[in-house]
Design a protein around this ligand. Sequence first.
Ligand code: NAD
Length: 491
Amino acid sequence: MRTDLYIDGQWCKPIKGGTFAVINPATEEIIHHAPAGTAEDIDAAVTAARRAFDEGPWPRLSGGERARYLRAIADGIRTCQAELAQLEVIDNGKPLPEADWDVADAAGCFDFYAGLAEGLDANGAEPIALADARFASRAVKEPIGVAGAIIPWNYPLLMASWKVAPALAAGCTMVLKPSELTPLTALEVGAIADDVGLPAGVLNIVTGFGMDAGQPLIDHKDVDKLAFTGSVPTGSRVIAAAARDIKKVSLELGGKSPFLIFDDSDVEKAVEWILFGIFWNQGQVCSATSRVLVQDGIYDRLLRRLVEETRKIKIGDGLATGTLLGPLVSKRQHDQVLSAIDKARSAGATIAAGGQRAPGFNKGYFFEPTIIINAPLDSDAWRQEIFGPVVCVRSFSTEAEAVALANDSRFGLAAAVMSADDERTERVAAALRAGIVWINCSQPTFTEAPWGGYKQSGIGRELGRWGLENYLETKQITRMTGKDPWGWYIK
Ligand code: NAD
């Protein structure tokens, strides 16, 4: 476990020398003291990134040359797959097979953006057909500059890779600020980048608290682009900082994602996708399937099966074999989920399964997988993101009613629909106001496909070619090909 910040190709202690405790959420033990970066370290990191961008080789390399570094980082991640997965479990709490999946995805993300970096060479200049034959224009893509990236704790390594890989592919340099709850694996990405010889200053990693390290990063004058994933209130601060200096900005925020299940659906398959949608990563997923709408005809049967299967889920330490649900990431998160359940009860909702701290654990932030029914439509349980293993289920009668209920949210990250009728699923997919719509499944996520939200769920898209665009500027280059100027002033 790393004790230093990674700035300008060097491992260094925070200038003020602080550290913060990293806690294993399954045992509540302090497992590490991570370096607590502050404004001074952020300034050193941004200065290094600025220099690497303005004077260093990185943005001037061909996409193909940058791709070689990205592929080497992908290989480096795979080489340490087992260690990284273990670190992720003791830091975040998730079950080991999920962490293993995340690490493989993170490596795949670097490989994917290596391919897109190569594509930048081939598709570098797009000719533009002008109506005026005296000029020839083309559009070229260039890196935005220094990117400041801030990530949350739910997928520490994967969220780092979703930002670092496209930024580096585009030719940007970056300062990455991981969550103070889960700093371990992002620092390992610094070590892997260092091992593959990434030029100094291209990637800088400063761990620390939001107000101490995150805020100075978003406020820094030499940062050209902010990429943020996290909560809506912090996202507002990021966009305010970006507005002040007209920085480019992309935001991936929260959600309250609905899953509409029509009564011609296979109930067993629907239950499996609900479980995957809400209990994977303890429900601490921005796109979690947190509102399930079931058509009247199968509501009772589906709810019975969902309750049965939910009660069977094995809760435990993420490192223990067979665990399907680990602890929540922190005491604060655990207490927030508990209080959301109490509020739901007070609002008149019924807890059909779970609803309390998991029994049988003296230590650790374990919470039972929970099903809420009869949550009033104006209750927080139905409207606010709980960010835990808690799903609200309610019935509907008609397609129009289901779509209206689904869209009645300030969020619009993801939605899902299940039916045997393909025409209906296409119609509903078109009507749902969300950036991602899954048909006959919920939550599968692909590096190649755009990821991001409508409404308060965010601005911009990550992943796929859209994720690369986040870090690119478009430049018009126009050449006069005719012989004479306009002749407006000089006849
Ligand atoms: P958070 O907003 O509290 O923190 C996110 C990051 O922002 C952390 O690194 C934190 O240190 C930093 N931060 C906090 N205050 C800051 C400030 N003033 N200036 C700059 N940085 C600051 O969110 P969280 O609790 O870590 O994550 C949970 C939230 O993230 C949920 O709401 C969830 O929906 C959202 N999320 C969204 C996605 C997505 O892709 N849309 C993915 C994961 C999580």
